[in-house]
Write a protein that binds this ligand. Structure first.
Ligand SMILES: NC(=O)C1=CN([C@@H]2O[C@H](COP(=O)(O)OP(=O)(O)OC[C@H]3O[C@@H](n4cnc5c(N)ncnc54)[C@H](OP(=O)(O)O)[C@@H]3O)[C@@H](O)[C@H]2O)C=CC1
Ligand SMILES: Nc1nc(=O)c2c([nH]1)NC[C@@H]1CN(c3ccc(C(=O)N[C@@H](CCC(=O)O)C(=O)O)cc3)C=[N+]21
Ligand SMILES: [Mg+2]
Length: 290
């Protein structure tokens, strides 16, 4: 039963490869006089958001994609933010707009996301793009769900006919990844905080996508032997020494799950880097449509 032979789905390596492949498409755009450009809007001082934004900008530069930074103070009003988005919508040099979430309390997130030009909505959070995904005619698909599907493909296990369990139902991860799995012909269950018996659900699943935000909440013993585990969770544990950085773990207990699973994503180095690769691919796609 526990033979520790899980294939490690290496999102870091795959994302490097995919970003490398984007370079050619970027060059083709540049030759037409269009440099793909991502505008990042960061409101407030959330340290995790800052780290993430920096990492996106570094990877964008590697692919030849330009970035435009808009940092705004935490007390920015919804109206002011809507004004910035209107400017970016109107700017022909900007192809993709990303509004870093979460937004500070008091800002109307739904209104802000709906204000982004759907043709520049590289996060896939605009109602039009979410609707098109539901209709099976996706335009921009949210980056983390896309990354999950790409890593699942890497496992070599086809979702068709399989039981897939998505743990979490957020608009940015759980719901869209469940929809992508439905479209890939899996039989999909979505679990959440009101699910009565999560263990029983996990034990049946051939594919588990965990997107909760609770460190190592799924023990390896629950994982069906031979299942594929896609761990979206990014949780920083309290550092053992004060002042140290603290270890990153997923929502799944990696070491014990790796003993059951056929394939598993590590944290870090799994879904996270793939999210960035998919974001940059969406920016290039937006620029190609110009
Ligand atoms: N790797 C990447 O690129 C990304 C990683 N993340 C990470 O993924 C995780 C999830 O993010 P996100 O979707 O934004 O989180 P949210 O907080 O928006 O959603 C969490 C979901 O988990 C559910 N949940 C909470 N507790 C339980 C429980 N005990 N059992 C079952 N389900 C539960 C919630 O249920 P309910 O709806 O009932 O409240 C909710 O649907 C986080 O760790 C985040 O950091 C997020 C985005 C990208
Ligand atoms: N508009 C918007 N779009 C997003 O896509 C979005 C967002 N807001 N807000 C926050 C979440 C979170 N998210 C991550 C992406 C990459 C890593 C990532 O690359 N993680 C590295 C580790 C990074 C580290 O060391 O902290 C890894 O998993 O290997 C993590 C988290 C995107 N999100
Ligand atoms: Mg893991």
């Amino acid at each position: 039963m526990s033979d520790s032979t899980a294939k490690i789905l290496d999102g870091k390596a795959l994302s490097k490869h995919l970003i490398g492949e984007l370079k050619e498409r970027v060059l083709a755009c540049v030759e037409r006089g269009v440099t793909p450009c991502l505008a990042v809007v960061l409101v407030g001082e959330d340290p995790a958001s800052k780290v993430y934004v920096r990492s996106k900008e570094r990877k964008a530069a590697k692919a030849g994609i330009a970035t435009k930074d808009h940092r705004m103070s935490a007390d920015t009003s919804t109206e002011t933010l809507l004004g910035v988005i209107a400017e970016l919508n109107a700017d022909p040099a900007v192809h993709g707009i990303l509004v870093q979430l979460p937004l500070p309390e008091g800002i109307d997130e739904q209104r802000v996301l709906a204000a982004v030009d759907p043709a520049k909505d590289v996060d896939g959070f605009h109602p039009d793009n979410l609707g098109l995904l539901m209709l099976g005619r996706p335009r921009f698909v949210a980056c983390t769900p896309q990354g999950c599907m790409r890593l699942l493909a890497e496992s070599g296990v086809s979702p068709e006919g399989k039981r897939a369990l998505v743990i979490g139902r957020s608009t940015i991860v759980g719901k869209p990844v469940a929809q992508l799995l439905v479209q890939a012909n899996a039989t999909v269950t979505v679990a959440h905080s009101r699910t009565r018996d999560l263990e029983a659900e996990v034990r049946q699943a051939d594919i588990v996508v965990a997107a909760v935000g609770r460190p190592e909440m799924v023990p390896g013993a629950w994982i069906k032997p031979g299942a594929v585990v896609i761990d979206v969770g990014i949780n920083r544990l309290e550092p053992e020494q004060p002042g140290a950085k603290g270890r990153l773990v997923g929502d799944v207990h990696y070491a014990s799950a790796a003993e059951q699973a056929a394939a598993i994503t590590p944290v870090p180095g799994g879904v996270g880097p793939m999210t960035i690769a998919c974001l940059l691919a969406n920016v290039v796609e937006a620029a190609e449509r110009v």
